[in-house]
Design a protein around this ligand. Structure first.
Ligand code: FAD
Length: 310
């Protein structure tokens, strides 16, 4: 059995594995796809102390850093079920899709999240070429340019306010007949001179020139008329979905499906910790996921050394 079993191999999981292994305890990491969302990222300019890097390069560095330690890396393994220990200090069990079962004294859940996609033509083709999902990450790349934000919930309106301070012009596109964000955010948005709000609009296509985004097409849901907006960037803000479907029977999740953790990263089950984008901790970012993963590993170690011997 492992002392610490990390499930998920993104920045949170990699940090957790390194911190655990450095304590000299038996550490394993099982991941469906080592690297996580970072693998899908091109430019990264907010990984503090590294001015510029790229997703695949950072993943290679994460992997080689983990491999410096005695960590059992189980890549391409999807966890399907978590069975918490029946008694304090007992073994937790993680069942994998291939039928195998891993046992561990403590578990760190770091299965991350995925951005909900529009599912329209052009979205896949122009991802990272104008189609973006993270305003904190990619906002500055659009300095002085025209962008759209798709989604009028809190995250969409926050993104539009944020981007309006950086880019030349923001078009906010909402499917519903009204925005769903908090009133205070809507008031702030309405006060900005370089923002246009379009409601009752169904985005139908991401337009591009073969190299990069040049606009988007939407249908006015009242008139059924098709319109186009010329722009350089599209921020899709229709929801971040945590990869926690497999955990709903074992730990407490928020109404958004995020694993609830306390300030030490512990879940509702003793000895089971969580970190990164799959948790209730706000702001889904690489440096934050790494910090939280490190914290969860230290908490797991702290928990272990207090267990009765035996
Ligand atoms: P993830 O990176 O999502 O990793 C989750 C891991 O869990 C993966 O290994 C996955 O395969 C695995 N997993 C999932 N389900 C299971 C399962 N059931 N069993 C086993 N393993 C499982 N952040 C920044 O700070 N700067 C940026 O510039 C930036 N740009 C971004 C660009 C894009 C396109 C995207 C999508 C995200 C970007 N982010 C950026 C956000 C950043 O990537 C995330 O905040 C960060 O990766 C979260 O780390 P994590 O370890 O919590 O989760």
């Amino acid at each position: 059995a492992f002392d610490v079993l990390v499930v998920g191999g993104g920045p949170a999981g990699a940090a957790a594995a390194i911190y655990a292994a450095r304590k000299g305890i038996r550490t394993g990491i099982a991941a469906e796809r080592f690297g996580g969302q970072v693998l899908d990222t091109m430019a990264i300019e907010n990984f503090i102390s590294v001015q510029h890097t790229e997703g695949p390069k950072l993943v290679a560095q994460l992997e080689s850093h983990v491999k410096d330690y005695d960590v059992d890396i189980m890549n391409l393994q999807r966890a399907e079920k978590l069975i918490p220990a029946k008694t304090e200090g007992g073994l937790h069990e993680v069942v994998l899709a291939n039928g195998a079962s891993l046992k561990a004294r403590t578990v760190i859940l770091s299965t991350g999240a995925r951005w909900r996609q529009l599912g329209v033509p052009g979205e896949d083709a122009y991802r990272n070429k104008g189609v973006a999902y993270c305003p904190h990450c990619d906002g500055p790349l659009y300095k002085g340019k025209r962008v759209a934000v798709i989604g009028g919930g809190n995250s969409g309106v926050e993104a539009a306010i944020d981007l309006a301070g950086i880019v030349a012009h923001v078009t906010l596109i909402e499917y519903d007949s009204q925005l769903r964000a908090d009133a205070v955010l809507q008031r702030k948005l309405a006060s900005l001179p370089n923002v246009r709000i379009i409601t009752s609009a169904l985005t139908t296509e991401v337009l591009g020139d073969g190299e990069k985004v040049t606009g988007l097409a939407y249908k006015d849901r009242n008139s059924d008329e098709l319109h186009q907006v010329e722009l350089e960037g599209i921020f899709v803000q229709i929801g971040l979905v945590p990869n926690t479907e497999w955990l709903k029977d074992s730990v407490t999740l928020s109404r958004h499906g995020e694993v609830e953790v306390d300030h030490r990263g512990e879940t509702s089950q003793r000895g089971i910790f969580a970190a990164g984008d799959c948790t209730t901790v706000p702001y889904k970012q690489i440096v934050i996921a790494m910090g939280e993963g490190s914290k969860a590993a230290l908490s797991a170690f702290d928990y272990m050394i207090r267990l009765p011997m035996g």
